[in-house]
Design a binder for this molecule. Structure first.
Ligand SMILES: Cc1ncc(COP(=O)(O)O)c(C=O)c1O
Length: 367
């Protein structure tokens, strides 16, 4: 048995007919950019997430840059976020001429809200938590801190489509939520894509202009913008995926429960409280001081794993060159211990059992 960490082809082959039909429908209408299908997708997203506005964009990163611009932040303004994330979380901040202020995470791997008071300055404009692997951050405390300090709450919800915090969808609780639709994400299209969601109509109207060169109509530009439109075809694929997402997220959660039940004796398992939140388990991230050995053992047994993320952002050359040394003890410790196990709606029961069996075997042979 060989278990890939990501198996895109299983999903494609399952949905091939629907994808082909969509390609035919859109192609035969000749609507590729800013067409009806994108509008349908955005309306479907609004309904699904119960949010006023949804905007399909080129990818998460461009969406974030557009949001910072729409918020009128100035050069050198600060955004607080975490370091255990994909480089884009910070990259979008720096690319926008803003300064990332990185804080440590707690043992749930999400932003440690206790550390925020010390780091907020006069230049701080927003807090951007990453709901890592689709496990919601402490949004109640984050909201209170943002309100008290007049900061925006921008949710990096790249891993979290369909996750809930106290019965509200992740991404809709802050001022704005940003989703990535990259194929590796739990909710995705068949290429790059992103979504911005907000209940703020003024912000939405501005983002709508920014997305398409500031154009109000074909030839009239009101402000400077960019080109970051989600393709009509990708929106069409997104509409197909949206019908699947509840089922897929449920399967992720079921697999996570199986892993947790069987592996809690051997590994530090993800922390989540179903009474407060419903995670997506975009990844299933465990921790162990034997991480490298375990990973090697699983590879020898044909099980692919991944690390999210092997080099925290504050330890990246790009970051150090601009912002020097920052110390984040938990993030650094966890970077050596974290391991993402395969998780996907297309993983078979046989494969899940095999993964569990091999991890048990590894630890039992150690003792
Ligand atoms: C937490 C997080 N934020 C942002 C991004 C960037 O998303 P995109 O590739 O759509 O720009 C990713 C993508 O991997 C991510 O994992």
């Amino acid at each position: 048995m060989k278990i890939k960490f990501t198996n895109f082809s299983r999903e494609f082959l399952d949905l091939e007919k629907a994808f082909s039909k969509k390609l035919y429908d859109i192609g035969s209408k000749g609507q590729y950019v800013l067409g009806a299908e994108l509008k349908i997708f955005e309306n479907n997203i609004q309904k699904f997430l119960n949010v006023k506005h949804a905007l399909g964009v080129g990818n998460w990163t461009e969406g974030a840059v557009m949001v910072f611009k729409a918020m009128n932040y100035n050069y050198g303004d600060e955004i607080i976020t975490v370091s255990n994330s994909f480089i884009a979380t910070c990259g979008a901040i720096v690319y926008s001429g803003l300064k990332p202020k990185l804080v440590d995470v707690g043992n749930d791997m999400n932003i440690d809200t206790h550390l925020l008071k010390k780091i907020i300055s006069k230049k701080t404009k927003a807090i951007m938590p990453v709901h890592l692997s689709g496990i919601p951050s402490d949004l109640k405390t984050l909201k209170e801190i943002c309100q008290k300090n007049k900061l925006h709450l921008i949710e990096d919800a790249a891993h979290s489509f369909g996750a809930k915090y106290k019965n509200k969808f992740i991404g809709t609780i802050g001022d704005v939520g940003l989703f990535s639709l990259h194929p590796r994400k739990n909710f995705h299209v068949l290429g790059d894509g992103g979504l911005i969601v907000t209940n703020n109509s003024k912000l939405y109207k501005k983002l709508l202009l920014i997305r398409n060169h500031g154009l109000k109509s074909r030839d009239k530009a009101l402000i400077w913008g960019t080109n970051s439109r989600l393709d009509n075809l990708q929106a069409g694929f997104g509409n197909i995926m949206l019908n699947k997402i509840d089922k897929w997220n449920k399967t992720h959660l079921d697999i996570a429960k199986v892993y947790s039940d069987h592996l809690k004796k051997y590994l530090v398992i993800p922390k989540f409280d179903l009474k407060i939140s419903k995670p997506t388990f975009h990844q299933y991230i465990v921790r162990t001081k034997y991480r490298n050995e375990l990973r090697k053992f699983l590879k020898q047994n044909n099980i692919e794993t991944a690390i999210h993320y092997p080099i925290p952002i504050h330890r990246q050359e790009a970051f150090k060159k601009n912002f020097g040394r920052v110390q984040l003890p938990n993030t650094e410790k966890y970077a050596k211990e974290i391991l993402s196990l395969p998780i996907s709606p297309y993983l078979t029961n046989k494969e899940i059992k095999y993964i569990v069996k091999k991890i048990k075997e590894f630890f039992e042979n150690k003792h």
